[in-house]
Design a protein around this ligand. Structure first.
Ligand code: URA
Length: 208
């Protein structure tokens, strides 16, 4: 199992503080989600393969780069939707799939309600976008769906993780690395990350 990749940068800490602050309004919260997503995806793309591409500048011809195998981006609805646009802006050539997983607030178990994915994911990097890796249930469930379509190079892209979620994912999918902006102390009895930031879906889109 790979160690989770936790971003260490003052700009990450500042955006994370905005997310944590209970007085942050919805638009500012969504903007911080987008900005942090861009940073985490940037880090997750660090080892992406490129192929050479000849490019003409106004002055001369030179060799540039293009992504050899852009990832498939899979936001987990609802909360992951706020990460989709920023991730796509970082990797405009990416294809996007969608998975809808709600959390049963009593059992904390993932309850699927939507799946829209490419038929085959074999040989393609796949980034699962979910801001909160709490129990790890939704992430593990989503990766099961992806594996059923042949995915074998999945990365979990989060903004905030709990140690319990990291551990659960490592047990269920040891080959899946976690990229996150921070790891907090623990989960509380309601499955919320402590100190956390509250419900990431509600804070972006409003309470249902
Ligand atoms: N999902 C959230 O939105 N917040 C948490 O703290 C845990 C799961």
């Amino acid at each position: 199992m790979a160690e989770p990749q936790v971003l260490r940068h003052p700009l990450v800490d500042v955006r994370m503080t905005t997310l944590r602050d209970e007085t942050t309004d919805r638009a500012t919260f969504r903007a911080a989600v987008r900005e942090l997503t861009a940073m985490v995806v940037y880090e997750a793309m660090r080892d992406a393969a490129t192929t050479p591409l000849e490019v003409r500048t106004p002055v001369a011809t030179t060799t540039g780069a293009q992504l050899a195998n852009p990832p498939v981006l899979v936001p987990v609805l609802r909360a992951g939707l706020g990460m989709a646009e920023a991730a796509h802006a970082q990797v405009p050539g990416a294809v996007m799939g969608f998975v809808g997983v709600a959390r049963d607030e009593e059992t904390l178990r993932p309850t699927p309600y939507m799946e829209s994915l490419p038929a085959s994911l074999a040989g393609r990097p796949v980034f699962v976008l979910d801001p909160m890796l709490a129990t790890g249930g939704s992430m593990a469930y989503t990766i099961d769906l992806l594996a059923a379509r042949g995915a074998d190079a999945v990365r979990a892209i989060c903004l905030l993780a709990a140690p319990e979620g990291v551990e659960r994912l490592a047990q269920a999918h040891p080959s899946v690395p976690v990229y996150t902006a921070a790891i907090d102390e623990r989960l509380n009895e309601h499955g919320y990350i402590v100190p956390g930031l509250g419900d990431a879906g509600d804070r972006q889109f409003g309470a249902m």
